[in-house]
Design a protein around this ligand. Sequence first.
Ligand code: C2E
Ligand code: MG
Ligand code: MG
Length: 727
Amino acid sequence: MSRMGSSHAPSSRLLIVDDDPLIRLVACERLTAAGFEVGEAPNGEDGIVAFTDFKPDLILLDVEMPGLDGFGACDAIRSTPLGRHVPILILTGLDDVTSIEQAFDVGATDFVSKPLNWTLLVHRIRYMLRAGESFQEVRSQQIRLDDVQRYARLGSWEIDLASGETWGSDGLRELTGLPGQAELPLARDLLDWIHPRDRTAVADLVLETIREGSVFSIDHRVVAVEGTEYIFHTEGRVHRQTDGKASTLEGFSQDITDRRHAEERIRFLAYSDSLTGLSNRAAFKHRLGSAIQSQRRTQKSLAVLFLDLDHFKRINDTLGHSSGDQLLQHVADQLISCIRGSDCVARNAAENSDVMISRLGGDEFTVLLEGMDDPSEAGGVARRVLDSISRPILLEGHEVLVTASIGIAVWPSDGDDHESLLRNADLAMYHAKERGRANFQYYRESLNAHALERLELEGLLRHAIQEDELVVYYQPKMELASGRVTGCEALVRWTTSERGMIYPDEFIPMAESTGLISALGECVLRKACRQVGAWQAGGLDDFRLAVNLSPRQLRDDRLVATIDDVLRETGFDPRMLELEITETALIHSEEQSLAVLEELRERGIRISLDDFGTGYSSLSYLKRFPVQTLKIDKSFTAGIGTGSEDETITAAILSIARDLNLRVVAEGIENETQLRFLEGRHCDEIQGYLLSPPLPAKEFSRFLIEQGSTGSWVGTRLCREPSSDGN
Ligand code: C2E
Ligand code: MG
Ligand code: MG
């Protein structure tokens, strides 16, 4: 059915549909000669079939044909997906207006009257093909643009400002469910699908831009036809005529609902505490910073309440973490309801305009009170909070009593920026703890001085550890049965040029809280092992060294490795080493403590429970943990001879220890009465000023020699100092 043109033809395909065989013949001749590939069909029906098979780039279509005429064939071809855009040139003998109009109505691209001028017709066809290609190009760009818009959930629109007529892209219609172009509402009615609460803002902005601006951009909500609410970002530009009159407004709208929700979620995660739903530390700091700025303008006062639960760890340790979590949620609820009124249990009440409640982490909460006329209002709030928290609550079937300590810092007197306010509220809270807990304290200047002192001390201690300025003193222990000095306890001493001798009770807790204790402990252990090792090498047999280990050290993952290092380095016999720990160290993370103690025992190191009687004094600890010795705290031995119940307690501890097969060392023995009491109750060893106060290494050597000359062993060679350092 088709005839090929010359071999180098551009091979555009043409289909000629005409019932006149002569015209078909001439057409084939002429068009093939002009380089086209030509197909032919004698009537409308065959024309449609040929169109589908041959897929021409252009159709020449006669109007008058038997059966289906040219109009019918054109209409049928246009209604197929392939035929929608193919150029159709109608060949008509009728040049009356009606048939021309009819041709365009059924979708003809152009028409030409018979008789045909073949030369002109070839040019016309070439022109139509070129135009068709450009049209195709524009169309595919449009498709690409539509795809991009769809992908970006974006739609473009245009409004004729004189008539109010609107045009919207397919993308816009898909986003909003607006009707097709033909039924698109006038500009005024478009406002209807903008959310009622954003409508005025959008209308005002657009009108203002039309009046005197050129571009606008706004985020607003829309209600799609099916009722769903979306968030749109809309940008528009006004086009003006030469006289400055606005003629059209065009722009685009993008659905940013997902992005906005993601942002909100990220914001929520970044700024809130997942356990309680309160805001977190970051949010609190941010808010406090801006509250200070706005308070500067209003000249009102602002307060930060810093709340910390008392003995929260105990709840966690005894009832488990889920109870701990429950308690924290309960505290959050209490804070919200007693600060915002009992009806405000909603979490976001905590973000109300003049109050912000946050959880900083752990059992620490903060309350920010803004716009106060009188700082004493903060005390009133603190009291209400303490009252409501102290009401008993049920946790896993147990009635639990919780209290809290609160510190209050007031702006501007207690600090001018958020950091100092928070720090000072924290310090005031510590002050409340020192004052016996379950109370609140305002930060005062005195407290500031105290904090500064603490900071200064921390710096000095850090320096002292680095510069190896700490010294170890030794206090002897004596076995009552034999009267022999069986060992000593190493006690750290720190002398500063600024403040003289500082006692461990002052700096050990600080070293604990700052983490310096690990370095300090290692330094004491190394010095003591080296020194006592030297004494042992000098002939002091069967002599034990006791070193104190603080709770934080026991939680340090590197503890065992550090001890191994020191033992290797100094060659000290682990079986001669005893570590003194307090019960508190065992209570925090029992499992870990147990594992560490087992490891130490495997090395032959002995464990002694220090200050026994002052903590929980729980017998279960004695059974669970590999402990060999109890040290009765000096607060009990001090009462011996006074007829107080301390004597009863000391006697009871001794009897329990005997039953459990534990050695007992009595601390703080200062007089003969205490000594005799303990001898009578078969206490194993004593330690105290009666025997000797803690002594520097040199004096301790002398003490040993004196003891040796009167006691059962000879210590004349003990004056020798260890090789490297001499304390
Ligand atoms: P501790 O382990 O219970 O040490 C005994 C404390 O009682 C020592 O106080 C000692 O000087 C004092 N003492 C000894 N005999 C008597 C006495 O007859 N009467 C009275 N009233 N007191 C006596 P020190 O040296 O001030 O140490 C206090 C605490 O500091 C120690 O209590 C220990 O818990 C801690 N500590 C000392 N050195 C270190 C150390 O190197 N590392 C660690 N982690 N803690 C240490
Ligand atoms: Mg001790
Ligand atoms: Mg002690």
